[in-house]
Design a protein around this ligand. Structure first.
Ligand SMILES: *Cc1c(COP(=O)(O)O)cnc(C)c1O
Length: 385
């Protein structure tokens, strides 16, 4: 239909990596060129420089960059010696990597429910999950809250539960590095924080990458060793621990150093786009709400619809050339690999409900107002607003 046609008929990307490349100009190419010239592909100077810049950015005492967000989570659990007989509480409504690392360590993930407004860990369900773990004869060791879609979880409430039960907190900030909670940046809110630089994350590289943030000196030293096969500080052929190959490539560090320079502007741009979505869509769908205590980096713009309306909206938007995604259509307790693990007392009613209601719209810092208006109009049309 003509009235719905846009002037510019390029396909609308869900996340526009190419637009960011145009914004960066030659900077990334030149940074990669410098690595190609010095040939220090492993542990080159850009790796240390990136760790220094990330620490300055978020205020964490130690930053250890690594091979992926999943390995960042995994290295922390390894450093804490979490294994068989231990339980780790995590939300059911998240990407599987949050629980995968627990199972890989030989420990037991216990699934807790989330809150409907934030989609983040429900502290009350988290506390019940601690009791569930004990009743199952497991030793609760840690909580992994997730800051889903770019929005921080309630880190004060989670820290209080952790303190009451002597648990560690590993924040899964894979989607939300750059966000703040009560004036503090993620990376400083938990015993340790993990993030991901996968290309679809708000701060991303051109491949796989991740980072760990902590103020704990001994933990940082142990993770640095585990990242390189458990090597000794002074002799890499004298293994102190069983470790992994968990380094970040120098080329990816060089890419990230350039992208970090524009990251604050990109976060601001995401905020403007989120506001525009909220203004345009609040009448037809449940739009995400950010409380006064937090800022979001809007990794996703995820709206909620009454159950049963999502597939129709996705199909209608597809006809209008607009991509959508569903994060997540199945909570972890419904996925084949994870359905055998315990669930917090009281069950996971909110996770179950959200998995039928959520749908994410195109979101990235370079979403142009005309394109966004096209998306908003199409959603309103499809939902009869
Ligand atoms: C992306 C993601 C991860 C894993 O990060 P990778 O870099 O892909 O390994 C972990 N947890 C959450 C919540 C994520 O979104």
């Amino acid at each position: 239909m003509n009235s719905h046609a846009r002037l510019d008929e390029r396909p609308i990307p869900f996340i526009d990596v190419a637009a960011q490349r145009r914004r960066l100009g030659r900077a990334v190419d030149e940074a990669v060129g410098r690595v190609l010239a010095h040939c220090q592909f492993i542990n080159g100077p850009e790796v240390r420089a990136l760790e220094t810049e990330l620490a300055a950015f978020c205020g964490a005492r130690h930053v250890i960059v690594c091979s992926s967000g999943t390995d960042a989570l995994r290295l922390v659990l390894m450093a804490w010696g979490i294994g068989p007989g231990d339980a780790v509480i995590c939300p059911a409504f998240t990407f599987c990597a949050t629980a995968e690392v627990v199972a890989l360590a030989g420990a037991t993930p216990i699934f807790a429910d989330v809150l409907p407004d934030s989609c983040n860990l429900d502290p009350a369900s988290c506390a019940r999950a601690v009791a569930t773990a004990k009743r199952a004869g497991l030793k609760p060791r840690a909580i992994i809250p997730v800051d889903l879609f770019g929005l921080p979880a309630d880190h004060d409430a989670i820290a209080a539960i952790a303190a009451a039960h002597d648990l560690k907190v590993l924040d899964d900030a894979a989607q939300s590095f750059g966000a703040t909670f009560r004036g503090r940046m993620l990376g400083t809110l938990a015993t340790a924080t993990a993030t991901s630089f996968f290309p679809a994350k708000p701060l991303s590289c051109y491949g796989d990458g991740g980072a760990i943030f902590t103020d704990d000196d001994a933990l940082a030293a142990r993770i640095k060793s585990l990242r390189v096969h458990g090597e000794s500080p002074n002799d890499k052929y004298d293994a102190q621990h069983i470790g992994i190959t968990g380094r970040l490539d120098t080329i990816q560090a060089a890419v990230l150093l350039e992208k970090l320079k524009i990251f604050p502007e990109e976060i601001a741009a995401r905020g403007v786009i989120a506001q525009r979505y909220a203004a345009g869509l609040a009448g037809v769908a449940t739009v995400p709400r950010v409380g006064n205590e937090s800022t979001s980096v809007w990794a996703q713009y995820t709206i909620r619809l009454p159950a049963g309306r999502r597939d129709g909206l996705a199909a209608a938007l597809k006809r209008d050339g607009i991509p959508t995604a569903v994060y997540y259509a199945k909570p972890l307790n419904r996925q084949a690999a994870y359905q055998g693990f315990p669930v917090a007392e009281g069950g996971l009613p909110v996770s179950e409900r959200l998995s039928g209601e959520v749908i994410s719209l195109p979101m990235h810092p370079y979403l142009e107002p005309a394109v966004q208006d096209h998306v908003i109009a199409a959603v309103c049309r499809a939902l009869g607003g």
